[in-house]
Design a protein around this ligand. Structure first.
Ligand code: ADP
Ligand code: ZN
Length: 723
């Protein structure tokens, strides 16, 4: 008699589930996490389906499932999600499954936590350190060894000494919980009328089935407070909530904010968790012990025991797109997961993505509006400084009008922010004698001057070289000119303009740790700086009560880069940055230094007419059949040899299935035509909105020549990046 066979999905780059025999002693069902032999090794994998009709000829060759692991099974909802994401993104199912299994099962037994308590007589020999421990533990409370040492300010050896002398006794502590249960009634805010109305609608949705709601409110209107009410209701009904954040840098402060509302920190999930914490959190989420997870996009793939709500904060943020491995957009996949799990999804933004805006206008998503800032603060007024008419002095980047406005602001005791989305000192260095420009040896990119690090750096591959003393081309000495500004160069100018001011530069390459960044942000919030010079890092989420003036040094940066979303992105970014001003008291003002004040993005920001911008942008996308009115996929062929790469790209393009609705553009050199020594060619596939682009791409791949050797093909469905 032939034995039972199951198909098992292994978390490696394979799309198929493989058949294994089930030993008679094993009780197995789909979703169970098992260990199976894979080649010469053992792999953790998941039973994907029964195989009622295994091929009898294979029967003897099938291997046995090794064992069933003591982990909660993956629920059908998550397995469907894996299949869906893989199918849509053209990733292998194994790679998507891998994102669900990041629980680090090979960590071994957890170390025991040992607690200490004061029981015995004082030690024979008394020291100052020992005395501190005794006074700390005089309350007879149980503390972990580490905690006791830390709080008493002594080394672990001092504690061990007291244990040896019988003064302290040790006990085994239960493992620390990943997160304490949040209290939905811990600190309920007094909501404004608008906030209450929105919260009531969200609460009605929160208990229900699948729906998507856009929480659309200006910066500072209290969107977080409002969606917390939906989270509170989900906690009350004992289901789990997931709050997605675009960046880890934002989660740290968010945890405190959450604790202020719910009394405890939520569970965190992102790439900076230690392996053990990751394992514990994974398990606690699967067991249903954690009720709220705050995380980066990968938190979408956790095995929730009973997920009841997904919130996507700053839903328009481009950081939600994962650009390597499985290329997925976490906001879109959150909607898919909500659909599969029959639960509500809340998208929150002051500047919704065009995709979401169109979905609202079509009636597929509903919109809840928070029209005003909390506390009645007005939105900042915005004006343009036309750089064609008012030029900064030579070699300078701040026009006199902006400098004057900042001067007035700091004299009033307010803060000012200069925003420039460019790290380093200058984006280009050239030799004045011969015109030589420093570029990366393995990328098609200029080297960026970082004076603080004393290096020229490639922002694409990380290549760095010390500042040169002579030109490698003409050997002229001290002939270098820095072209264009970065935040470090701007700092020089700002210090010269405002010698008395307390100035802080915030740029991701200058912050040592998350903790340090948090302290610096706190310092800004507390008013310990007059002027902040910042990159994108300062654009999001922060609340600086004294900040009333924002100067955008180069509003045009990013508008002319050939990206179909350039206008949308620039609008969102600048709107967000200007929205940092005037959140607490006083009148917020924003200045846009631009060469194109008549550009629709600038006009919309100045007139504070978001709708006009969306109307125009939607019309433009529609007539160009760009998303969300058409679909795109980008295929990048890359390889170390330019000629071979070109030949393969052309062959590959020729194998595209013919279809009346589909246009295949390219191959052409990608805008970034060389990265890390690899030449890149790009194909763009355009199709109508309702077209099954994934099926088309799969057909194509099946018929196409295979990329061999060092040539690689990367497929990106719904691309966000066009470089
Ligand atoms: P958004 O997410 O829309 O930018 P936030 O939720 O961050 O707005 O709110 C802006 C600020 O106003 C925060 O400091 C928040 O704590 C405060 N706030 C908003 N609504 C209330 C309220 N009803 N009661 C007390 N503080 C509030
Ligand atoms: Zn490089």
């Amino acid at each position: 008699m032939s034995r039972r066979v199951v198909d098992v999905l292994v978390p490696v780059a394979l799309d198929r589930a493989y058949s294994y025999r089930v030993p008679k002693t094993l009780q197995l069902a789909p979703g169970d996490i098992v260990s199976v032999p894979l080649g010469a090794r053992e792999a953790t994998a998941v039973v994907w389906a029964e195989n009622p009709k295994p091929n009898p000829r294979l029967d003897n060759r099938l291997k046995d499932v090794e064992e069933k692991l003591e982990l909660p099974p993956l629920r059908p909802e998550l397995r469907n999600f894996v299949d869906w994401v893989a199918n849509y993104t053209i990733a292998s199912r194994g790679m998507v499954l891998r994102m669900c299994l990041r629980m680090g099962e090979h960590l071994g037994e957890e170390r025991e936590r040992v607690g200490v308590r004061l029981v015995g007589p004082a030690p024979q020999r008394m020291t100052a350190a020992r005395q501190r421990v005794l006074s700390l533990l005089a309350d007879k409370m149980l503390r972990s060894k580490g905690e006791a040492a830390r709080e008493a300010g002594v080394s672990a050896g001092v504690i061990d000494g007291l244990i040896d002398e019988g003064t302290l006794e040790t006990l085994v502590l239960p493992p620390e919980a990943v997160a304490e249960p949040p209290d939905p009634d811990f600190a309920q805010p007094d909501l404004t009328a608008d906030q209450s109305a929105a919260a009531a609608e969200l609460k009605a949705i929160a208990g229900g089935s699948y729906s998507v709601t856009l929480l659309d409110g200006v910066t500072g209107s209290g969107k977080t407070e409002v969606y917390f009410e939906a989270v509170a209701d989900t906690i009350r009904s004992r289901r789990q909530s997931l709050i997605l954040m675009p960046e880890i840098a934002l989660t740290a402060r968010f945890l405190d904010r959450f604790a202020a509302r719910f009394g405890v920190h939520p569970a965190e999930w992102h790439s900076e968790l230690s392996p053990r914490r990751r394992a514990r959190t994974w398990r606690a989420v699967a067991d249903g012990e954690v009720s709220v997870v705050v995380g980066a996009r990968s938190a979408l793939f956790l095995p929730y025991a009973d997920l009841g709500l997904i919130v996507v904060d700053e839903e328009h943020d481009a950081a939600y797109k994962q650009e390597d491995g499985v290329r997925y957009h976490a906001r879109d996949m959150a909607v898919v997961r909500g659909h599969i799990a029959h639960i509500p999804v809340v998208l929150s933004s002051a500047t919704p993505s065009l995709e979401t805006e169109v979905n609202v206008r079509r009636g597929r998503y509903r919109r809840l509006v928070l029209p005003e800032r909390f506390g009645g603060q007005r939105m900042p007024s915005v004006e343009a400084i036309d750089l064609r008419r008012e030029r900064p002095p030579p070699g300078r980047f701040i026009a006199p009008t902006l400098a004057g406005a900042v001067q007035t602001a700091i004299e009033r005791g307010e803060q000012a922010l200069f925003f420039l989305n460019r790290r380093g000192y200058a984006p280009l260095t050239l030799c004045r004698a011969c015109g030589f420009r420093f570029s990366c040896p393995s990328c098609d990119a200029w080297l960026v001057d970082h004076r603080f690090r004393r290096q020229l750096v490639c922002h694409h591959c990380g290549f760095a070289m010390p500042h040169p003393v002579e030109c490698p081309n003409c050997q002229a000495a001290n002939s270098f000119a820095a072209i264009g500004p970065g935040v470090e160069r701007l700092e020089e100018e700002v210090r010269a303009l405002f010698p008395q001011a307390r100035i802080l530069v915030l740029s991701s390459d200058l912050v040592a740790t998350m903790e340090r960044l948090r302290e610096e942000l706190d310092d800004v919030a507390a008013g310990r700086f007059d002027i902040v010079i910042g990159t994108q890092l300062v654009a999001k989420g922060h609340h600086f009560p004294k900040l009333n003036l924002v100067g955008i040094v180069d509003a045009d940066l990013g508008l002319n880069n050939g990206d179909p979303r350039a206008a949308e992105r620039t609008f969102q970014l600048l709107h967000q940055v200007v929205g940092r001003a005037g959140r607490d008291a006083g009148i917020g003002r924003g200045y846009l230094q631009t060469h194109q004040p008549e550009h629709p993005v600038m006009r919309a920001l100045i007139a504070q007419d978001r709708e006009a911008f969306y109307d125009a942008e939607i019309a433009a996308r529609e007539s160009a059949h760009y998303p969300p009115f058409g679909r795109l996929a980008s295929l990048v062929v890359s390889g170390p040899d330019k000629h071979d790469t070109q030949i393969f790209a052309r062959l590959f393009a020729r194998s595209a299935p013919q279809h009346d609705d589909v246009r295949v553009l390219g191959p052409a050199d990608a805008p970034l035509s060389l990265v890390r020594g690899r030449h890149r060619l790009r194909l763009l596939v355009k199709a109508p909105r309702a077209f099954d682009l994934s099926a088309y791409l799969r057909d194509w791949l099946a018929a196409a020549p295979k990329a061999k050797g060092s040539i690689k093909l990367d497929i990106d469905v719904d691309p966000q990046s066009f470089l």
